[in-house]
Design a protein around this ligand. Structure first.
Ligand code: VGL
Ligand code: ZN
Length: 246
């Protein structure tokens, strides 16, 4: 009796496998990927919404092209995660990452800082300004934490885990660890700066990290978006789309 049951369940499994395999074979690749939806966020998953602030939207001080287009995608994702954390770029007036703080320097030029090469930006995301506020259109009321970064005058912090000096921590790793949130799904602005640096740091801290491509937009200075995807892949970060999430 026991043996018969075991055999029939094996046969059922084989049949299912063969059905799936033949369905996969006739379906166009794009369709198969788009319909996969094989990730179900659980209690150990967190949606990390990076720097979706007025400054990075059209009309802001450091606008990312089509930055506003990710907001509906992020709002829909928010409904699928019980854990959501926002980050906020939060600079002092006269911050060292601003071109205006360095005589003769223009935005998007670089400068050598004690911690390495720094891209100089237009003044942006100044503490307390409307420009620095999270986008009004974000609609994820159950989000649990807003973590701020870039608030030390002399050092930038693209990463929401670690400042650009490579040693000063924001505290987010400890927060996620204490809450048992080991699977990070990152989205937001900008793909090639804060998203990429954050994703790489999270991977280095031992978290499982996926970046949701259609919920991000990049600044793209000299191919920096492509370089960021390569660096993230090398760091073990998965590149997914919002369709992959059930
Ligand atoms: C960012 C440049 C300067 C970002 C922040 O959020 O990607 N980029 N500050
Ligand atoms: Zn900044």
């Amino acid at each position: 009796m026991k043996k018969v049951n075991t055999e029939s369940s094996v046969m059922r499994g084989r049949r299912r496998f063969l059905q799936c395999a033949s369905a996969a074979a006739i379906m166009p690749l794009g369709l198969r990927l788009a319909n996969a939806a094989d990730i179900t966020p659980g209690p150990d998953s967190v949606l990390l919404v990076i720097d979706v602030q007025n400054c990075f939207l059209p009309g802001g001080t450091l606008p990312v092209s089509d930055g506003d287009q990710i907001i509906p995608v992020i709002n829909a994702l928010g409904k699928k995660f019980e854990n959501v954390v926002f980050t906020q770029d939060w600079h002092t007036p006269g911050h060292a990452s601003f071109a205006s703080s360095h005589q003769g320097k223009a935005p998007f030029e670089t400068i050598e800082m004690p911690y390495g090469t720094q891209v100089l930006w237009p003044d942006h995301c100044v503490q307390g300004s409307t420009d620095a506020q999270l986008a009004d259109a974000l609609d994820i009321p159950h989000a649990q934490l807003i973590i701020r970064k870039g608030y030390h005058d002399e050092v930038d912090s693209y990463s929401t885990f670690m400042e650009a000096d490579g040693s000063t921590k924001t505290g987010l790793t400890g927060y996620l660890q204490e809450r048992g949130l080991s699977k990070v799904y990152a989205c937001g602005l900008a793909t090639d700066f804060c998203v990429s640096w954050s994703a790489q740091d999270a991977a280095a801290a031992g978290m499982s990290v996926s970046v949701i491509e259609d919920a991000c937009r990049g600044i793209d200075l000299d191919g920096s978006v492509q370089a960021a995807w390569k660096a993230m892949a090398d760091a073990g970060v998965s590149r997914i789309t919002s369709d992959d999430i059930a």
